[in-house]
Design a protein around this ligand. Structure first.
Ligand SMILES: Nc1nc2c(c(=O)[nH]1)N[C@H]1C(S)=C(S)[C@@H](COP(=O)(O)OP(=O)(O)OC[C@H]3O[C@@H](n4cnc5c(=O)[nH]c(N)nc54)[C@H](O)[C@@H]3O)O[C@H]1N2
Ligand SMILES: Nc1nc2c(c(=O)[nH]1)N[C@H]1C(S)=C(S)[C@@H](COP(=O)(O)OP(=O)(O)OC[C@H]3O[C@@H](n4cnc5c(=O)[nH]c(N)nc54)[C@H](O)[C@@H]3O)O[C@H]1N2
Ligand SMILES: [Mo]
Length: 763
């Protein structure tokens, strides 16, 4: 073994800058983008244009000439590719063969062009007509008990089809409406709601312009929401202190060059983004925030003893919060040794962060999957809210709590009724507006759906987008049973692995993308989406469709619904809704009048329209009627603690992927190239394990329940990376087989993909 430690990989340039333009043009080539794709990009995220299908970050009122980012451009090129996956392609390949191709190769075949039906005799997908597909799917659904069928949604479909999808599910007879949120921000929907009464973030763009500090936790903006970098840059430039909590030193949080600023691109120096970078260990955020809060409370006590202005806001605490005393007791009784150990940070670091908080008049907490995808993820969110509440940092200018959502309309899908929880469905309004009596029993979360697949009780699956079998935990257990379902239906743009694990009867129904024209009887249709800031935007494109046989998601849902339901409810007007989406918006406005009145008119105004947020107005829709201080029961959010030989693995996105859609095999912003089958490891840990860069290892899950077979992923190349001790990084979805299905957030059942206990085994 060499005595010198391996040199950690890193990217030398800033985020943004020329690197992002190079990244974009590489994808333009490899995605086979057609001529004019660049002109289509210029319409993106502007009033009158179409809304990017990549992330859910908001759009300003006065968009830039090019209001898009490297990864938004990649997503668009990927959608607009000239490659076509036609029925002829399927005559050449059995589904069993395609299952082994991987999503990169499958999606590269291009856009699906015609409806397909699986033939189990030939093991091939074959061309079918829309009429036949709808009739057979309708007949298949009628044969099944609705309670044994799940309708999944993956967060991209717009508000109009999403609203109808939820209506269809309930008219058919179930609330089994999980969406990608159940693997993502469900921890927010449940955990944030519990403490502030709102399931979504409280901030608006103006807050980012007025905050003095941002606590930026577990989110990677350089890759996953690059348009936010511009807002962070402006904040940093005016002196806002950005304190990052993340086990990895993510480039977008360190320095940024605005690719749309000719001056900065040519002669300028990058903007430094972080004021402090705290490399917490996985799940260490609860302890880290305890440390910060402890310091803030100490500073307040000191100020009181000296007769100086208070650091806390006692009036806010008294008037607006509940549980402060219990939280204070917890802070006082938790000692620094435990906090340092569980956070992986030093007391000095946490105190310095506490000092910044105490000196700041307005603070924002931003977070992503690094907080939500843990066994005690809800408690991590609760701790961030505790910190904000100490000084009334919710519900005033420059302050608030801001989860960064994933898919471009994932928040909106929940807003318009895609939820498995009856309490969140507009049951009364369905009755009033649609004459619909809805099922009273809660439906499945994604985890419960998968349990049903494994035990055979879930017999039908309809997927409105997504690549669910690939995005979920515990691949081997789930895939072994997925094909036992009686019926699987996939509404999709491109072929993926989930389609290649067909149920006994199975269809792939190809749909339009948002950047294409959606011609119906009344003309080219508008759709709408909701972003992370609860703004609703209209979206429309006049770009030619990839194939004349494609249908919109709305038309497909209405087609299946009409063929499935018995037609006895005259208020369910599937054909009329397909003909003119204004009618669907009218229904949405009737169902949610406070938020969506005059929807069609308002969604196209500059900046869209804000549907409001109770917590922002300091109306707390919680059990106590106040914002809740919570007293965490653990200091680390990982469900399983330390042990000899154990590491905690965070499964991450690379800069060349959108979830299971892999654009390429590089991860530019992390300085990694060429392979996704890697495990990032701290050089000191590599030395201790006698591993060298390039060695091939397996990871084995270091926790199991009685009788479960081993969970293992082999063939992973060791890459030195600057990480906290005993922390590993690797890619989603390649490592999903390591996450046990039962390893999820306690409150919301969001899979705990960021703190998986594993052992390293040499191959
Ligand atoms: N280009 C692109 N854009 C995307 C996506 C994509 O795949 N590609 N996906 C979309 C979707 S659906 C989503 S949900 C979002 C996801 O966006 P993010 O929330 O950024 O998700 P991840 O990439 O999973 O990584 C989160 C970050 O958490 C850090 N982390 C891991 N464990 C911990 C921890 O215990 N504590 C803390 N503090 N940090 C931790 C990781 O190092 C990483 O930087 O992005 C959306 N946008
Ligand atoms: N280990 C681990 N697992 C994770 C995560 C993690 O961080 N770690 N992240 C989780 C998160 S946050 C999420 S959101 C899920 C993502 O899970 P999903 O949302 O299910 O997966 P995607 O990869 O986004 O789905 C890609 C597929 O969607 C289809 N598609 C693309 N665009 C459209 C469209 O416009 N309409 C329709 N109908 N179909 C379309 C294409 O066929 C494409 O193959 O994965 C989760 N799984
Ligand atoms: Mo997500």
């Amino acid at each position: 073994m060499s005595k010198r430690l391996a040199k950690p990989k890193q990217y030398k340039r800033a985020s943004g800058g020329w690197g992002s333009l190079e990244g974009m043009s590489k994808i333009e080539l490899s995605a086979k983008a057609p001529p004019g794709a660049m002109a289509t990009l210029a319409q993106m995220n502007k009033p009158g244009g179409y809304m990017c299908t990549s992330c859910a970050w908001t759009r300003p009122e006065d968009p830039h000439a090019f209001e898009f980012c490297e990864n938004g451009a990649k997503a668009t090129f990927w959608d607009l590719t000239t490659a076509r996956c036609t029925p002829e392609f399927f005559t050449q390949h059995t589904v069993s063969e395609l299952r082994g191709w991987g999503d990169y190769a499958l999606e590269k075949e291009g856009r699906l062009t015609e409806p397909l039906k699986y033939n189990p005799v030939t093991d091939k997908y074959e061309r079918t007509s829309w009429e036949q597909a709808f009739n057979e799917i309708g007949a298949g659904l009628r044969k099944l008990d609705p309670k044994s069928v799940t309708f999944y949604a993956s967060g991209k479909a717009a508000l109009e089809p999403s609203y109808l999808y939820a209506v269809f599910a309930r008219a058919y007879g179930h609330n089994n409406l999980p969406d990608s949120s159940n693997m993502c921000h469900e921890t927010t929907s449940v955990g944030l709601k519990k403490v502030i009464g709102s399931p979504v973030g409280t901030c608006q763009l103006e807050d980012l312009e007025h905050c003095d500090a941002i606590f930026y936790m577990g989110q990677n903006p350089g890759t996953n929401s690059p348009r936010i970098l511009k807002n962070l840059q402006s904040a940093a430039q005016r002196g806002c202190k950005i304190i990052v909590f993340n086990p990895l030193r993510e480039k977008g949080l360190i320095e940024f060059v605005d690719p749309q600023s000719p001056v900065q691109m040519t002669v300028g120096t990058p903007t430094k983004i972080d004021h402090m970078y705290c490399q917490v260990r996985p799940g260490g955020d609860i302890a880290a925030l305890m440390g910060v809060c402890k310091r803030v409370v100490e500073l307040d006590e000191l100020a009181q003893s000296k007769g100086e202005a208070r650091v806390l806001d006692p009036d806010f605490i008294a008037q607006h919060t509940h549980g402060f005393e219990a939280f204070l007791d917890k802070l006082r009784s938790t000692d620094w040794d435990a906090i340092e150990h569980e956070s992986g940070l030093t007391r000095a670091e946490m105190e310095a962060a506490g000092d910044v908080y105490a000196q700041s008049k307005a603070v924002i907490g931003i977070y992503g999957m690094g907080l939500t995808q843990h066994v005690h993820g809800s408690q991590g969110i609760g701790m961030l809210v505790n910190l904000l509440l100490l000084n009334g940092n919710i519900g005033r200018l420059g302050a608030g709590c801001s989860p960064i959502r994933g898919h471009s309309n994932v928040q909106g899908q929940r807003t318009v009724g895609i939820t498995e929880k009856v309490a969140l469905a507009p049951v009364e309004k369905y009755r009033e507006v649609l004459g619909l009596e809805t099922p009273q029993q809660d439906g499945h979360t994604t985890v419960e759906f998968l349990e049903g697949v494994i035990d055979g009780s879930n017999k039908g699956y309809v997927g409105l987008g997504g690549n669910l079998a690939k995005a979920v935990p515990d691949h081997e257990r789930v895939h072994a049973k997925w094909a036992d379902m009686e019926l699987t239906v996939h509404i999709a743009t491109k072929l993926n692995t989930t389609h290649c694990i067909p149920g006994k009867t199975s269809w792939v129904l190809p749909c339009l993308v948002r950047a294409e024209t959606d011609e119906q009887e009344s003309g080219n249709q508008w759709v709408s989406i909701e972003d992370s800031f609860s703004h609703i935007f209209g979206s429309r494109s006049d770009r030619k469709t990839a194939s004349p046989y494609l249908k919109s998601e709305t038309a497909i849902i209405c087609g299946i619904a009409k063929a499935t339901l018995d037609g006895s409810n005259p208020k369910l007007k599937w054909d009329e809704w397909t003909a003119d989406y204004d009618r669907i918006r009218h229904l949405i406005a009737q169902t949610y009048p406070d938020e969506f009145h005059d929807m069609t008119a308002r969604m196209n105004q500059a900046g869209g329209f804000f549907r409001g947020n109770s917590a922002r107005d300091r109306v707390w829709k919680t059990d106590s009627g106040k914002a809740e201080f919570t007293d965490p029961s653990v200091l680390n959010a990982c469900g399983i603690g330390d042990a000899e030989g154990r590491y905690h693995l965070a499964t991450l996105r690379s800069n060349d992927q959108f979830n299971t859609t892999v654009y390429g095999h590089d991860d530019r912003l992390r300085g990694l190239k060429g392979s996704r089958m890697i495990v990032m490891m701290r050089p000191e840990d590599m030395a201790a394990e006698r591993l060298r860069e390039g060695d091939i290892v397996s990871l084995v899950t270091d926790v199991s329940r009685d009788g479960e077979p081993e969970r293992r992923v082999s063939g992973l190349k060791v890459v030195p990376y600057q990480l906290p001790a005993r922390t590993l990084g690797g890619y989603f979805p390649e490592l999903n087989a390591l996450v046990p299905l039962w390893y999820h957030d306690k409150l919301s059942k969001t899979p705990a993909s960021k703190g998986v206990p594993v052992r390293i085994v040499r191959d």
